[in-house]
Design a protein around this ligand. Structure first.
Ligand SMILES: [Zn+2]
Length: 648
């Protein structure tokens, strides 16, 4: 990632924030361990099959600009939106996910498929730069008339992210130039200047994409547009009201009733609770965090921190899933965390990871990276099957077997989102600032880092997350002064130890990061040990759904019990508070995983005599059970699953 223009022009001392810059994902190779097989699966299976689905399902047909549009692949909903309005976003996100693989694993076939899409986009782009396949082909006169419902900037934002990723992977400018023209068109159309529309898209996305563009182009207009879109959001009177009246509609007829759905009910700096559509909220917060740095604006970071505290203190599933309700694909009220009806969209968990990593760039605090790790191993990874070609949109925490992974979705936003998260995973592991290396995540990999001209090779050998022992070996051309900031995971409590070249060194973490400084030489070896006991987690008593229940976690991995392992619905299972729980590595389970084995009880139906109720509680029979990592559920035969287990 290139450094930003503002970094070059402002003295560091005058700024509120200094940024730890992510290491480019192409410099981090997962050559073994947990993520190797996931990255290979996504690269070799997910990326090609997703393109196949995009073709089969008519997503790429929308680019056939020389012919009249065919019948709708997705009907119009009561809001006036068809999923087809934002098909561009789906192939935009696919291009982004695929691009992240191309530098280290060139694939002429995938590259040709991307080039074919880019050629059509360029061909279809209007003279003035406007680019959206729906409006160009179907309703050109209606473009920019409904930012509240129809996702035009959202779709362009995903194309823009795809263009930046493809440019960085291949050096080819064509797609990037198409999208810069599209951004120029938005700048010509929207803004505070007289004669321009004061509108912003109800579905955030383009804001963070514009910051990515700015970091490539250095063009201050790109940053200015992102800033204005965020600042304008939620200003009253609402642009969405004015726009509805211009369409001859009554703003009161808005199908989602409140602009909180789009985090546009009040200016972003005045918001104190995460509300509305969860993916939108996370994309907005990602952009706010980027802009806090780029504009050196602590007011945006303060607002983001208030919302982070609300989210993590009142509205987040133990898996890192978020947004419990399908009705608004988002938040409802504090402590409303139903398990079986959890919406907890994969995209929202992925986007929470995007946001948390950005927060940690400008404020190195383990509270952010702990959440990044939680979604990574749980609520996001659960969105993709072990085979790499089946998915979850909703990530429930309890099922009676009705939830099965699907091959493609009616609204396939999630598959490409989890794909881009995994293909770019390296950039979430390390950030650097000066001669400092912040190590956020653990997992076997080898990273090549450039610190102010000094080359550092950093290798992690570990079976993490199955094991809490990590060996970090440094490769250096000459003795070098370095500072390592090592994340001490919040879950490990006081159980962290370290040695440097075999000698114990003290760990005194500040905000979740322990500093190890000194003159390092080639071959220096740091060993970390994190205690990884099986933990029993209890929910805040206001979460009525989880009363009398316990969730199991070991390290960063949250567990569930699946019917496939115990032969009965886990809803019948009861755990004694002191039940023995033993971790064991099972090499045969879906590529290998640590499972938890324990002794519980099964509530027996004996004595109910066909009735539904009786005055005595059910008899309890001893029942051995095993729990598997939540992210691996629904990869075997259909059956019930539960994360929050009843205690007896
Ligand atoms: Zn989604």
């Amino acid at each position: 990632m290139s450094s930003s223009a503002s970094e070059k022009t402002s003295p560091a001392s005058a700024r509120s924030f200094e940024r730890y810059v992510p290491v480019d994902h192409t410099r981090v190779a997962f050559d073994g361990g947990f993520w190797k097989s996931w990255q290979e699966t996504v690269r070799d299976v997910t990326i090609p099959t997703q393109h196949k689905r995009l073709e089969e399902e008519g997503f790429l047909e929308v680019l056939d600009f020389d012919n009249p549009p065919g019948p709708l692949a997705r009907p119009i909903q009561p809001s006036g939106l068809s999923m087809q309005h934002f098909f561009d976003s789906d192939f935009g996100k696919w291009i982004e996910a695929a691009s992240y693989t191309l530098k280290n694993h060139p694939n002429p076939d995938i590259e040709a498929k991307i080039d074919a899409i880019v050629e059509k986009l360029e061909h279809g782009q209007m003279q003035d730069g406007y680019l959206n396949s729906w409006f160009i082909r179907r309703e050109p006169e209606k473009r920019w008339t409904n930012l509240r419902d129809l996702h035009e900037m959202y779709s362009m934002g995903h194309l823009l992210e795809g263009a930046v990723a493809y440019f960085e992977a291949t050096g080819k400018r064509r797609f990037l130039d198409v999208m810069i023209r599209a951004v120029d068109h938005i700048i010509d159309t929207f803004g505070p200047e007289p004669g321009k529309l004061r509108g912003y898209d109800a579905h955030e996305e383009i804001e963070l994409a514009l910051v990515k563009l700015y970091r490539v182009t250095g063009d201050p207009r790109h940053l200015k547009l992102a800033t204005w879109l965020v600042d304008e959001r939620g200003q009253m009177p609402s642009y969405f009201d004015d726009e509805a009246r211009r369409r001859g509609e009554d703003p009161a007829d808005y199908v989602f009733e409140t602009y909180a759905y789009s985090q546009a009910h009040k200016p972003v700096r005045e918001q104190t609770e995460v509300v509305g559509h969860a993916v939108r909220a996370m994309y907005l917060l990602s952009a706010m965090t980027d802009l806090a740095f780029e504009n050196d604006d602590p007011t945006l970071k303060d607002a983001a921190d208030r919302l982070f505290a609300d989210l993590t203190g009142r509205q987040l599933y133990v898996t890192g899933g978020l947004g419990p309700s399908g009705a608004n694909e988002g938040f409802t009220r504090a402590f409303d965390l139903p398990n079986e009806t959890a919406y907890a969209e994969t995209c929202a968990a992925v986007a929470l990871g995007f946001w948390c990593s950005r927060m940690a760039e400008i404020d190195l605090d383990g509270k952010y990276t702990d959440q990044l790790e939680t979604v990574l191993f749980n609520g996001a990874l659960s969105g993709i099957a072990r085979d790499g070609e089946h998915y979850f949109y909703e990530n429930v925490l309890e099922s009676h077997g009705q939830n099965r992974r699907w091959k493609w979705h009616y609204c396939p936003c999630c598959p490409t989102n989890i794909a881009r998260f995994i293909t770019s995973l390296g950039k979430y592991f390390y950030t650097t600032k000066g001669n400092e290396i912040a190590v956020h995540l653990y997992g076997a990999n080898v990273a090549e880092l450039d610190l102010d001209g000094t080359f550092v090779r950093l290798r992690q050998d570990t079976a993490y997350p199955w094991d809490g022992d990590i060996r970090i070996a440094l490769g250096l051309f000459e003795p070098t002064d370095l500072t390592l900031k090592l994340r001490i995971p919040g879950w490990c409590g006081g159980g962290a130890r370290a040695t440097l070249n075999g000698r114990d060194i003290p760990l005194a973490p500040v905000k979740g990061y322990a500093e190890v400084s000194g003159t390092f030489k080639d071959g220096d070896e740091l060993r970390l040990h994190f205690d990884m006991p099986v933990e029993r987690l209890y929910a805040h008593p206001a979460v009525g759904e989880d009363a009398g229940r316990v969730a199991l976690r070991r390290g960063p991995v949250v567990y569930c019990v699946e019917e496939a392992d115990i032969g009965t619905e886990p809803q019948r299972l009861r755990l004694a508070p002191d039940a023995r729980l033993e971790p064991r590595y099972d090499a045969d389970l879906l590529g290998g995983a640590v499972v938890l084995e324990g002794e519980g009880y099964e509530a027996a139906a004996d004595g109910f005599d066909g009735g539904l109720y009786r005055t005595a509680p059910p008899a309890l029979k001893p029942k051995p059970f095993r729990a598997i990592p939540y992210h691996l559920w629904a990869n075997r035969e259909a059956g019930a699953m539960q994360v929050w287990l009843a205690e007896r």
